[in-house]
Every structure is written in structure tokens, then in C-alpha cells.
Write a protein that binds this ligand. Structure first.
Ligand code: KG4
Ligand code: ZN
Length: 463
């Protein structure tokens, strides 16, 4: 086992990483020694707190909400290919952060294979959670609650995290907060920027989602735009694979690096969906354009590592990478400009745009979007890269935000059987669609399993 020291994190705390075996990367963030306070709830109080019998997502506290400093939340994230856990205090102190990446598996098998991803999560989940508690110098006894991603994502993967959360919560009699993965990407910005008040606008860009969201208040979101086919992260990953890049660091980062060598204006890929005057996205067509460009240049594709390419081929590949990135991001810029105009008409008091999700860790994306945002008189809030890609901190923080409003589930029984049934939400919209924002180019992927988070919360408030 070897350890590496990193520069201090944006939270002005020291950060270190341990390489365990060949495929497990752990990142730890430590801050000041935690004050060991635990909120105690009697089992009697749980019984009458459920606000919705059909959905056991949230309960409501009858007593006043606890002080922020007293809350200590464990966050668990397993919705896709990273197993992550973190402990965060209610005042925003990050006490620990651990991520075990499946990048090796991804590079070997060319994408997330659900069964394999599930096995990889199962293999490390206990270790990751234990490590998060150890790094925070805490035990389950010190926690106020456990937050866990319950959707959207791959069912098999979500199940691993939720099972772990329930086991732990059962043993230590802790409430559970079920977290929406994309809400967590957005809300972690409020941990970074304490002035970030509702309402705000958010552009969330990841491997599975492209979302433009107007966040009115906690749990109340309006979806201005979404993707009608692929998300931008998927397009980065596919392009990187086709160009023979080393996927072990992730397709997006590898492509960002290669693009630095290329001429971004060398290929005129067309910008998606210009004829649709809305805020929706599409990346499937751009992927096809890239594939055709690669084929027409007869550049070696998949399974031909770029490290073996001759200089001319490498230059062509870099040109494709840079041109792809320019157009992929121009599409974001155009939709974002329109979303800002729409959002300011609906909520003129908006001052911030949050940029988050894995792709938001890209420097080119951040720079281009910051121009758009500043040109419109708004301020950009973009979490540091380690909080843009999937992480446990965002889940813990979102758990804290809801917990402080009394939205949580009672502790599961300590002796809950392994095969107990619980709800997962693999397809779960964050907000209701803005009527003006509905795309004429309808997606085939719109079948919804669950009502949106926003409508569930509004429903429970009305009840
Ligand atoms: O949010 P995230 O970590 O996981 C999902 O929820 O999907 O996002 C992962 C996506 C992947 O497609 C990955 O290639 C992309 O974010 N990504 C990047 C960069 N870092 C991660 N894309 C472009 N440039 C990057 N630097
Ligand atoms: Zn994500």
C-alpha cells in the first residue's frame, strides 16, 4: 500500500490518496477534529412522523430542527461506477471523503456493465464506508443520520449502497435520507459557496444526464431542458474510446488532454438542435459526425492505443478531439444562454448559475461557461473537480439539507433480512418540465417510473 500527498483542497483541508491494489483509488479529505455529538431520537417519535404511507422517502420532525453544527451525516453513493462515501458536518466541514473508482473495469469492458459494476461495488462498499468513518475519527454511534443515493441510476448498483446504508442505520438506529443523485450534484455547490441562495439556475452535466434546472427552493425544481438522447459525458467517453485514448483516467479527462494539442477549428462539426429554440440537448448526432470523421481519415480506432499512433495520425486525432470539444461545449453555451433568459423572466432575482456533474470538472467547459454566465451579469458557482465527479460529500450534504427540514425515513429494523424489499428509483426526474421547454424533438427515453422529486415533495407538503 502506498500513499500520495496532494495539494490542499478548496476546503483548505489536507487531502491524501491511497492506492490500494491496482484498481481501487481512495481519496481522503480531513478537516478539524470532529465534535462528537449525536442527535438522539426516540423510537416513539419515529412512529408518527411518516408523512406519506405509500412513499417512505421522508418523515417530518415534530420538534424544532437540530442546530447545524450538531448534525453529522454519512453519505453513500453507488448509483453508477464509483463507490463513494463521506462524512460531512451540518456546518459544511468535510470530515472525510473516500472514492473507489471502477475506471480500470470501464477501460477493460468499454462501459458500465451493470452486473460487473454491482460486483465491484459489493466488493468495496464495506471498506469504503469504514474508511470514511475512520478518516473522520468517528463510529456509527456519532452519526446523526445516513444519506444514500436512491436514484436515478442503475438499480443493481443503487441497491448495494442502499443495502449498506440500511444495515448501518439499523445497527445504530439512525434515520435515513434517500437522495436524488442530480439534486446532490446541484446542492453541493451550496456547501462550496455559502452565499448561494435559492433561487438559482443549474447546468448539470454528467455521463447519464444533461439538465438545465431552475431551483426555486430546496426540493422545488423546474426542468428547463434535458437531453433527448445521449448526455455530453457519454459523447466524451465514446469519442475518447474511438480515438484509442487511455480510458483508465476516464474518457473525459483523456479527451480534454488530447484536445489541448489539436486545432479546434479544423473540423466543422455541426452544432446540435439549432433549429429547436428550446433548452434541450442532443449528442447522438455529434457522436455520429465524430465517428464518420475518424473513419474518413482512416485513423486507427478502438483497441489501437493512441500511444502507438504515428505523428500525423496523432495530429488528426487531436484535431478531432479539439473540434468535438468545441462543438459539444458550444451546444452547452447556446442552451445555457437561452436558459438564462428564460430563468430571469420566471425568477428575476436569480444571481447564480451552478455548473456541476462530472463533465464540469473540464477546464475548457468551465472557462466557456463562465463567459456566458458573466456576460449575463450572473455569477458562476462550479464545485472543485473532486466534488463535480461522483462523490459521497454531495450525498451527505444533500442529506443534511433535507434532514434539517425534517425530511427523512425512520431507522430500519436492526434485524432487517438481507432480502428485504426497499424502493429504488432508477428513473427519477428531478423537477417538472417547464411547459415552454418541452422539446418538439421528443425522446424515446421519457418513460417515467417515478414522479419527479419536486412533485413528491410538494405533494407531501400539501398532505
Ligand atoms: O457525474 P459523474 O461523475 O457520473 C455520472 O453521474 O455519470 O460524470 C461522469 C462523466 C463521465 O462521462 C466522464 O467522462 C465525464 O463525466 N468527465 C469528464 C471530465 N471528467 C469527468 N468529461 C470531460 N472532461 C473531464 N475532465
Ligand atoms: Zn453523477
Amino acid at each position: 500500500m502506498s500513499s500520495y500527498l496532494f495539494a490542499s483542497s478548496p476546503c483548505s483541508v489536507s487531502r491524501f490518496s491511497l492506492l490500494l491494489g491496482s484498481s481501487l483509488l481512495f481519496f481522503g479529505i480531513k478537516s478539524s477534529a470532529p465534535r462528537l455529538t449525536r442527535l438522539r431520537h426516540t423510537s416513539k417519535s419515529w412512529a408518527h412522523l411518516c408523512t406519506r404511507s405509500s412513499s417512505k422517502l421522508f418523515s417530518a420532525l415534530s420538534s424544532p430542527p437540530p442546530a447545524h453544527d450538531d448534525v453529522i451525516m454519512l453519505g453513500i453513493e453507488t448509483s453508477c461506477d464509483d463507490t463513494a462515501a463521506a462524512v460531512v458536518r451540518g456546518n459544511g466541514d468535510i470530515l472525510s471523503q473516500v472514492v473507489s473508482s471502477q475506471a480500470d473495469l470501464l477501460s477493460r469492458y468499454g462501459g458500465v456493465a451493470p452486473k460487473m459494476a454491482e460486483e465491484a461495488h459489493s466488493l468495496v462498499i464495506d471498506q469504503v464506508v469504514q474508511r470514511a468513518l475512520d478518516d473522520a475519527k468517528l463510529t456509527g454511534n456519532d452519526l446523526s443520520a445516513v444519506a444514500v443515493t436512491i436514484g436515478p441510476g442503475l438499480s443493481l448498483c443503487l441497491r448495494v449502497g442502499v443495502q449498506k446504508a440500511r444495515r448501518l442505520a439499523g445497527v445504530f438506529s439512525l434515520p435515513i435520507v434517500g437522495v436524488h443523485h442530480m439534486e446532490a450534484h446541484a446542492l453541493v455547490a451550496r456547501l462550496i459557496e455559502r452565499n448561494l441562495q435559492f433561487p438559482f439556475l443549474a447546468l448539470l452535466i454528467s455521463g447519464g444526464h444533461n439538465l438545465l434546472i431552475l431551483a426555486h427552493k430546496l426540493g422545488h425544481y423546474l426542468q428547463l431542458g434535458t437531453t433527448i438522447d445521449d448526455a455530453i459525458g457519454e459523447a466524451y467517453d465514446k469519442t475518447a474510446r474511438w480515438l484509442g485514448l487511455d480510458m483508465r483516467k476516464g474518457g473525459g479527462p483523456a479527451l480534454e488532454e488530447l484536445a489541448l494539442e489539436g486545432d479546434a477549428n479544423s473540423i466543422n462539426f455541426s452544432i446540435p438542435m439549432r433549429q429547436h429554440k428550446d433548452c434541450n440537448f442532443s449528442y447522438a448526432g455529434l457522436k455520429t459526425q465524430v465517428r464518420l470523421a475518424i473513419e474518413s481519415r482512416k485513423i486507427s480506432m478502438e483497441n489501437n492505443p493512441i500511444s502507438l499512433a504515428n505523428l500525423d495520425d496523432r495530429r488528426s486525432q487531436a484535431d478531432i478531439a479539439a473540434s468535438f470539444q468545441r462543438v459539444a461545449v458550444l451546444h452547452l453555451e447556446e442552451r445555457c444562454q437561452r436558459a438564462i433568459e428564460w430563468a430571469l423572466k420566471i425568477e428575476p432575482s436569480i444571481k447564480y448559475l451552478v455548473l456541476s456533474g462530472g463533465v464540469a470538472s473540464n477546464k475548457y467547459v468551465r472557462a466557456r461557461l463562465s463567459h456566458v454566465v458573466e456576460n449575463n451579469g450572473l455569477e458562476l458557482v462550479c464545485p472543485p473537480p473532486s466534488l463535480c465527479t461522483d462523490n459521497g460529500v454531495m450525498v451527505a450534504w444533500t442529506g443534511i439539507e433535507h434532514f434539517l427540514l425534517g425530511r427523512f425515513d425512520p431507522p430500519p429494523p436492526a434485524d432487517e433480512p438481507e432480502d428485504a424489499m426497499f424502493e429504488l428509483r432508477p428513473r427519477w426526474p428531478l423537477g417538472e418540465e417547464y411547459s415552454q421547454g418541452k422539446s418538439e424533438a421528443r425522446s424515446l427515453k421519457r418513460s417515467r417510473v417515478f414522479p419527479s422529486l419536486a412533485s413528491m415533495i410538494q405533494g407531501s407538503v400539501q398532505n
